[in-house]
Design a protein around this ligand. Structure first.
Ligand code: NDP
Length: 330
């Protein structure tokens, strides 16, 4: 079976040389194990941090060993009670075509009619939960509030904006990195959207949300966060979800320079890691799953074909090649 190993650690932007496509022998499954053939694997921004040799909330990838991350697959052979050939499973051993796994490391998921299994890597999985928890629990969004979300055409951001609208937001603004994405945000029901490459984020946000905002869902950091702090009302909240603008930076970013405004405006800036909120998964699946079945929420995907193209998919994700969730079909 083929897998992708970490060949070297990037400094700044990752390049294809940082990855190695190799053939590996798989052991036969032992008692309590299953052989899984992966159907889809996820590429996610947090994987960039794991390519560095630094301690974080997830350990770094190891040189010369396969990368890992979310994947959905089909059980091919089972020696574990409760799992049988043909079952659809979600697990953390992506970046490879097949894997032999202890049953405890996989979670059986139900195929949903008319929905690709890759949804478990996006709207019905980690990014969906991130959007749901970040907006509702961390930012404590309430009906009639105005929301700004950056990275708005991506997996998490596109769901944040749509959930806010479905829950009665008075105004939802998104920012993204191309005119096509901005037009698409309007199709998704955003009230306003702008291309952050067109000019200073602060000025564009003032035009797109002239009455200000109550909640900022931050996927980007840096100048986006600074612009949002300027636009937030007294008592405003920020869900600090990610800072993709600085993941490949070799120098620390200086923005936001206006953080002192948090004092007078009694702002709350609250970071979170989705893994701490798995107890909310059933609520998210019930609510967002229903919207999905009713056609009230759009779960865009960008699908790249083939394990050999997974490094390109990952690098593309960091550059904005995706609309919605970026996945690789194996
Ligand atoms: P996305 O699908 O949003 O993909 C990343 C997007 O980031 C790209 O499509 C690109 O879109 C945008 N981007 C890249 N560089 C920049 C830049 N310099 N400035 C602005 N936008 C940029 O990924 P996810 O939805 O999976 O993740 C979104 C964010 O949420 C990330 O920051 C991620 O780390 C974070 N996250 C945090 C979690 C947590 O537990 N806290 C869990 C999951 C995700 P564009 O074309 O618009 O530039």
């Amino acid at each position: 079976s083929r897998q992708i190993n970490l060949a070297s650690r990037p400094s700044g932007w990752p390049t294809p040389d940082n990855f190695d496509l190799v053939e590996a022998d798989l052991p036969a499954p032992q008692e309590g194990q299953v052989l899984v053939r992966n159907l889809f694997m996820s590429v996610d921004p947090y994987m960039r941090g794991r390519m560095n040799d630094v301690e974080s909330y997830v350990p770094p990838f190891r040189l010369g060993e396969p990368l890992d991350g979310g994947a959905v697959g089909e059980v091919v052979e089972s020696r574990a009670p409760g799992l049988k050939a043909g079952d659809l499973v979600l697990h953390g051993f992506g970046w490879r075509e097949q894997a032999v796994l202890d049953a405890a490391r996989v979670r059986r998921v139900e195929p949903v009619e008319g929905v690709s299994p890759s949804a478990y890597l996006g709207v019905l999985g980690m990014p969906g939960l991130t959007a749901y928890v970040g907006l509702l629990d961390i930012a404590e969004f309430k009906e009639e509030e105005a929301v700004f979300v950056s990275g708005a055409a991506g997996a998490v951001g596109s769901l944040v904006g749509q959930i806010a609208k479905l829950k009665g937001a008075s105004w939802v603004v998104g920012s993204a990195g191309s005119d096509e994405k901005v037009a698409h945000l309007r199709e998704l029901g955003f009230d306003a959207a702008f291309n952050y490459r067109d000019g200073p984020v602060g000025e564009q946000l003032r035009q797109a949300a002239p009455d200000g905002i109550d909640v900022y869902f931050d996927n980007v950091g840096a100048d986006h966060l600074e612009a949002a702090i300027d636009a937030l009302h007294v008592g405003g909240r920020v869900a600090m979800c990610g800072a993709i603008a600085v993941y490949n930076a070799t120098e620390p970013a200086c923005a936001p320079r206006n953080l002192f405004l948090a004092v007078g405006r009694r702002l709350t800036l609250r970071g979170f890691i989705v893994g701490d909120h798995s107890a909310r998964m059933p609520d998210m699946i019930a609510e967002v799953g229903a919207w999905l079945r009713e056609g009230r929420i759009t779960a865009d995907e960008t699908v790249v074909e083939g394990l050999e193209n997974a490094p390109e998919a990952f690098i593309g994700l960091l550059r904005g090649a995706n609309t919605g969730k970026m996945v690789v079909r194996l």
